[in-house]
Design a protein around this ligand. Structure first.
Ligand code: NAD
Length: 468
């Protein structure tokens, strides 16, 4: 069983109590999460505050080198991290699973190391010189979810420290072990206190978001929690980046080729068993090729192997936890009761493990939760449309606005339709393909602020204008 400690000021800190961490493939306890107290949180924030005094003075080159060293260490421990991640998260080692996630964490870390925010000269003439400087903010509180815990931890930590901040991270209580190990590895090369990890139940996140020692919270998780964090952060006017839930729509235009798009559609929806913020969560298909697209999706889905993540044969793992499993089951059953036609899946076998089969539900529409809400699991509703304007209106009939996609052969037309979707990212003939140089973030109630690239780095700074 994995024994873990907090990491505060570069040292491992034991806690008197801990909580079991479950392998979602088996239901067996595989590790113990330390239960941090409010006092542990205070000491992590003090360590980060102390480290900030020196870290913010380091040069761009020193910080870039330090982040590159972190990438190297993660890479050297990639297989160890991937196995730990699979054990607690459930995702397979292979395919778009744990090895892919750790590889992504390394790639994002390297790319972000090389970014910089040089001084901008806004004016330099007879009337004087005006410069725009970017300053680190202070101690950043990072709160992460259970779906891509290692990659998201790097998305939070690396730009924060690259910009000169220090960090206290709090992972999800469902997947804390890989983040603790990640932070231990980071501490092999970073100065003590630059990155600290605190674990515990949701209450610790709540304490973090109101703590006066934290200057900014960067949060990835549900919209409901995002709202609470915003309320808690109001007392100290913390800076916030909120990457929240999504209910991404994909629109298949009448000129799409079902055979060509099926693989992209499938993995756009089912990457990580659908437990991905910007996964395709509602599919709108034109009447003229509705049956053909459904047939291709069923054919593709039937050769996917759902199984224990530790098996090299599995291409998808279980749902990560009981609560999410229940949401997916309830939404699918409700869709079926309302006339939805289950094309494949829909009937999970008895445990152990939270295995839910790949599920496609046709002939559904708005008015059932599988379409209207975020299912965050391996079940895709397929809605029939006959008028593109109606499809766009339905895609936009959501309080969420994370991503969206359009599928078709005429790229100019697809781009025109994509431009009408209310979302922070839109893709043509693919879905959810994020990259480290392209800003990513939500509109509407999917949050605010962006991650990645120079725009993402700026989120970890404040502006100081210097008039010389
Ligand atoms: P969640 O909101 O339940 O939990 C996320 C984190 O917040 C956990 O660490 C949790 O302990 C903590 N938390 C819970 N209550 C808190 C509180 N009151 N104050 C502070 N912290 C608190 O989300 P989840 O179930 O772990 O993740 C799934 C959700 O995350 C989905 O909605 C998904 O779309 C979203 N998500 C969004 C993105 C994105 O980039 N937009 C990426 C991944 C996941």
């Amino acid at each position: 069983m994995q024994r873990s400690s907090l990491v505060i000021g570069g040292r491992k800190v034991e806690t008197p109590s801990s909580l079991g961490v479950i392998n979602p493939s088996t239901g067996v306890v595989v590790g113990a999460m330390p239960l941090a107290t409010a006092r542990d949180l205070d000491s992590a924030i003090s360590a980060a505050t102390k480290a900030f005094a020196a870290w913010k003075q380091t040069s761009e080159t020193e910080r870039a080198d330090a982040c590159r060293a972190v990438a190297k260490t993660i890479e050297a421990h990639a297989e160890e991290l991937a196995r730990l991640l699979t054990l607690e998260q459930g995702k397979p080692l292979n395919g778009l699973g744990s090895r892919f996630e750790i590889g992504g964490a390394v790639a994002w870390t390297r790319f972000t190391s090389d970014l910089s925010l040089p001084v901008e000269v806004l004016q330099d003439g007879a009337e004087g010189r005006v410069e725009l400087h970017r300053k680190p903010i202070g101690v950043v509180g990072s709160i992460t979810p259970w779906n891509w815990p290692v990659m998201i931890a790097c998305w939070h930590i690396i730009p924060a420290i690259r910009a000169g901040n220090t960090v206290v991270i709090k992972p999800s209580p469902l997947t804390p072990l890989s983040t603790i190990r990640l932070v231990e590895l980071m501490n092999e090369t970073l100065p003590p206190g630059v990155v600290n990890v605190i674990t515990g139940e949701n209450e610790i996140g709540s304490l973090m978001s109101s703590h006066p020692g934290i200057a900014k919270v960067t949060f990835t998780g549900s919209t409901a929690t995002g709202r609470k964090i915003m309320q808690n952060a109001a007392g100290t006017l913390k800076r916030l980046t909120l990457e929240l839930g999504g209910n991404d729509a994909g629109i298949v235009l009448p000129d799409a080729d079902p055979q060509k798009i099926v693989e992209g559609l499938f993995w756009g929806a089912f990457i990580n068993g659908g437990q991905t913020c910007a996964a395709l969560k509602r599919l709108y298909v034109h009447d003229s090729l509705y049956d053909a697209v459904c047939d291709e999706l069923v054919k593709y889905a039937s050769q996917v192997v759902v199984g224990d993540g530790l098996s090299e044969k599995s291409t998808l793992g279980p749902v990560q936890n009981q609560r999410q499993f229940d949401i997916v089951s309830t939404f699918v059953n409700e869709a079926r009761d309302k006339g939805g036609r289950v094309l494949i899946g829909g009937n999970p076998a008895e445990g152990p493990g939270y295995f839910y089969p790949v599920t496609l539900v046709a002939d559904v529409d708005h008015g059932c939760r599988l379409v209207d809400e975020e299912q965050f699991g391996p079940a895709l509703p397929i809605v029939r449309y006959s008028d593109v304007d109606d499809a766009v209106a339905k895609a936009n009939a959501s309080s969420m606005g994370l991503g969206g996609s359009v599928w078709g052969t005429d790229l100019a037309e697809a781009k025109r339709v994509a431009g009408r979707i209310e979302a922070g990212s839109v893709w043509i003939n693919k879905h959810g393909a994020i990259q480290p140089n392209a800003p990513f973030g939500g509109v509407k109630q999917s949050g605010f602020g962006v991650e990645f690239g120079v725009e993402g780095l700026k989120e970890f700074t404040t502006v100081q204008t210097v008039f010389c």
